[in-house]
Design a protein around this ligand. Sequence first.
Ligand code: ADP
Ligand code: NI
Length: 218
Amino acid sequence: MTNPQIVEKTIAFVKSTLKGAEGGHDWFHIQRVFNNALLIAKDETNADPVVVSLGALLHDIADPKFHDGDESIGPKTAREFLQSISVDKKVINHVVKIIENVSFKNDFEKRSFSSIELNIVQDADRLDAIGAIGIARAFNYGGFKNRELYNPGIPPNLDMNKEEYKKSKAPTINHFYEKLLLLKDRMKTASGKKIAEERHQFMHAYLTQFYDEWNGRK
Ligand code: ADP
Ligand code: NI
């Protein structure tokens, strides 16, 4: 199979596997991350475009949040699929490493693997968590979890560990301070940083407007 055929097959597999997924993790999230990743990869000439493409397409194939916290299902699903279409073993191993390491929480832990392709996919995924789309996804998630939009009596808590964060029922606005506004400084690639900077400014403008409206100022 040629590389474009491998990518086409993978797109079809991801689309059918994610049928019915919730709005923050559906095919369109994958499509945006895929496009972001290809955009960033244009400026990273050493990156392997096939590994970037497959990593982006398969990075959320089984989110542990929706599989009882089981982090092994995504990598396993991806490996089995790629083997079934006879992808090169080295490519499969690299893509699986990307899936294992891409999530936000693995940045708190020591990353056991690093590559330019992982940096690209991770930046692409983070770009989809900020800016206008990031705001939409945050409130979508908050609604799914029945959270308040905002509560002036519950300030953001920047000192939570991973477990506390998962259990937190904090309003969605807090998520901006606890996560979204921190992402710009965690970007790894040059073009990822540049796009993140613009989206970061947009979130600040959004918050200013939000508080103005909340307080009846405009
Ligand atoms: P991804 O799978 O894209 O790496 P996550 O699974 O961490 O991202 O989160 C999916 C989306 O839900 C992101 O846009 C993220 O900001 C949002 N989200 C996650 N946790 C919360 C939360 N506590 N409050 C609001 N939004 C959240
Ligand atoms: Ni994602």
